[in-house]
Design a binder for this molecule. Structure first.
Ligand code: ADP
Ligand code: ZN
Length: 585
């Protein structure tokens, strides 16, 4: 067996993935590598293997302390000599570690970027042989990403201090700008850039018009992912708390997670989420990096993520085990205008943020397969996926050029100072208070857009904003402008074709009960206890008839008594929970 295969089996694997092997070969030949692969793509094995094969200590820089200590523990269990240099070591431990490093008793050394860039540490690294540097989560280098970590920008000095040590930068991002920034900041030489497909074909992507978002989420939870584990992303901390409370009251086991919680609460909620199947985590983007839980079955976005990368990273937390998973994004016209306004108000990097947001809107509003549109953003070309809302529907589209002309002329006539909701009311010919107040029923365009529904009008506006046929003002929430591109539509030189839109269905809270039993609790129980022999139909019968004994449970389900006996107690308790509440004073 050669050294490479030997190392592979030491690490507990039987085969390298093709890209892993390429990266390892390049590193072993002393070449710098930039490896872009989605989370779960097996990046760690690359620096671990190459670090073991090459002479000296591999220094691995990662921003996540928890991930480093986890890796060190796992490696130690496999008998690999890995250590973690961090500030929690006492002086004695540090001395031991230094001794071990100098005497070649350590192969892999994990270190945080903050620690590494300390001048004393850089000096210390010169006192032993280094096989390679691995910079994990290297996109933290990019100021423009959402993951910026200032210490990362100082990592360029590694190349200056250790010109002969190969560096591997690893990232789960494929954004071209970020990749270029990583290469320049780390001063990578003749760098071998390797990237794997970022497609996660097991995740069904559904993007839909928002209306009564909470009820839509309920529909999704109830009809598409009953009893399953998943994450719901919201923008605000307050909203995560509200939604988690609301879902818990409805019998859906939910927790929240956001940056303002205490470390202890965060840890506790993360722990429950990881270990209690069927739990829903309602979180801000603070729940993110480094979260690798195999059984997350769905990710819902109740608010619009900031950009395509964030969206893609976030939905990627579902289906890590490769089994089918679902992603639902709900958004509407209001989310687009609000997001744009918010970004425009940011004092720093507003231009870049607006640009990224604009790109994201175009991904969302593009025609055709969602996955194709999303991955095209990452320069990947794919065939249509058969696993997104567009591919799974009849993909009907409509030419809305005339409607767009009506809207654009209305914007022109109203001098762009009216909110879109009012423009839609005018086009639909609704004599609402605000229409009357604006004296708009006299407008030549009043009631000239009745051929379309409100949801269609909103879809048109979103499309026109996304593709820059309308420019949103950044000063007041309501100002919009027409521009050169819209003039071309008005003249009939440009056709506007958009996909047909529908609202995602809603489910009312009251529909969550069967015979006053919380259907969700029953489903959560079924899935979390692996009671897959009981069908949903049998469970519905149980909720409706509420058997009280093992005998009646057995009669109702047609299952033998000795079979039902091992779950009867817990199930009947859930089924009769409400009754006991009702009789209590
Ligand atoms: P990343 O760092 O890219 O997010 P990881 O290194 O954590 O990915 O690997 C993700 C999962 O894939 C881990 O569970 C790991 O054990 C598994 N894995 C990686 N490489 C291989 C391989 N060659 N064969 C089998 N499983 C692998
Ligand atoms: Zn598709």
């Amino acid at each position: 067996m050669n050294l490479k295969s030997l190392t592979l089996s030491r690490l507990g694997y039987s085969e390298y993935r093709p890209l892993q092997e390429k990266a390892i070969d390049a590193l072993c030949a002393g070449q710098d590598v930039l490896l872009a692969a989605p989370t779960g793509g097996g990046k760690s094995l690359v620096y671990q293997s190459a670090g073991l094969i090459r002479q000296g200590v591999a220094v691995i820089v990662s921003p996540l302390l928890s991930l480093m200590s986890q890796q060190v523990d796992e490696l130690t269990k496999k008998g690999i000599r890995a250590k973690f240099l961090n500030s929690t070591l006492n002086p004695g431990e540090q001395d031991d570690l230094i001794w071990a490093l100098r005497h070649e008793h350590i192969d892999l050394l994990y270190i945080s970027p903050e620690k590494l860039v300390q001048p004393s540490v850089i000096g210390f690294l010169h006192s032993f042989d280094i096989s390679l540097f691995a910079i994990d989560e290297a996109h933290c280098i990019s100021q423009w990403g959402s993951f910026f970590r200032p210490e990362y920008s100082q990592l360029g000095q590694l190349k200056d201090s250790f010109p002969d040590v190969p560096i591997i930068a690893l990232t789960g991002t494929v954004d071209k700008d970020t990749i270029n920034t990583i290469q320049t900041s780390l001063k990578l030489k003749d760098c071998q850039v390797l990237r794997s497909s970022f497609d996660r074909s097991n995740i069904k992507i559904h993007i839909a018009q928002k209306r009564k978002a909470k009820q839509q989420v309920l529909y999704f939870l109830h009809h598409e992912v009953p009893g399953q584990t998943g994450i719901i992303y919201c923008r605000s901390r307050k909203k995560t708390e509200e939604i988690a409370d609301w879902l818990s009251q409805l019998g859906l086991p939910s927790l929240c997670y956001h940056a303002a919680m205490t470390e202890e609460d965060k840890r506790a909620n993360h722990h429950t989420f990881t270990h209690q199947p069927g739990t829903i985590m309602v979180a801000t983007t603070a729940y993110g990096m480094g979260i690798d839980i195999a059984h997350v079955r769905f990710v819902v976005h109740i608010d619009l993520p900031n950009n395509t990368e964030s969206y893609f990273q976030e939905i990627g937390r579902a289906g890590r085990d490769g089994k089918p998973a679902k992603a639902l994004l709900l958004y509407g016209l209001q989310d687009i205008t609000q997001a744009q306004q918010l970004a425009a108000m940011q004092p720093f990097s507003a231009d870049k943020e607006l640009e990224n947001m604009g790109k994201f809107f175009r991904v969302l509003e593009s025609r055709g397969c969602r996955r194709q549109n999303l991955l095209a953003h990452f320069d990947e070309r794919l065939p249509a996926c058969d696993n997104c809302d567009r591919c799974l529907s009849n993909r009907s589209e409509q030419n809305v050029t005339i409607a767009s002309q009506k809207l654009l002329s209305l914007i022109y006539h109203t001098k762009g100072v009216q909110p879109f909701s009012l423009l839609i009311q005018i086009l639909l010919g609704k004599k609402t208070k605000s229409v009357l107040a604006a004296n708009a029923e006299t407008s030549p365009l009043f009631a000239k857009g009745k051929e379309l529904t409100e949801v269609q009008w909103k879809a048109i506006i979103r499309h026109l904003i996304a593709f820059d046929y309308i420019t949103l003002g950044t000063i007041s929430a309501f100002t919009v402008h027409i521009n050169e591109k819209s003039r071309s539509v008005l003249k009939g030189n440009t056709q506007i074709i958009i996909p047909n839109e529908q609202y995602y269905p809603t489910l009312h809270e009251d529909d969550l009960e069967i015979g006053s039993v919380s259907w969700h609790k029953v489903l959560a129980w079924k899935y979390s206890h692996g009671k897959n022999t009981l069908s949903e139909n049998q469970l519905r019968l149980i909720c409706r008839h509420k058997p009280k004994s093992i005998a009646s449970l057995s009669r109702l389900t047609g299952l033998p008594k000795d079979h039902v006996v091992d779950f009867a107690d817990t199930l009947l308790k859930i089924v009769h929970e409400m009754d006991s509440l009702e009789v209590s004073p």
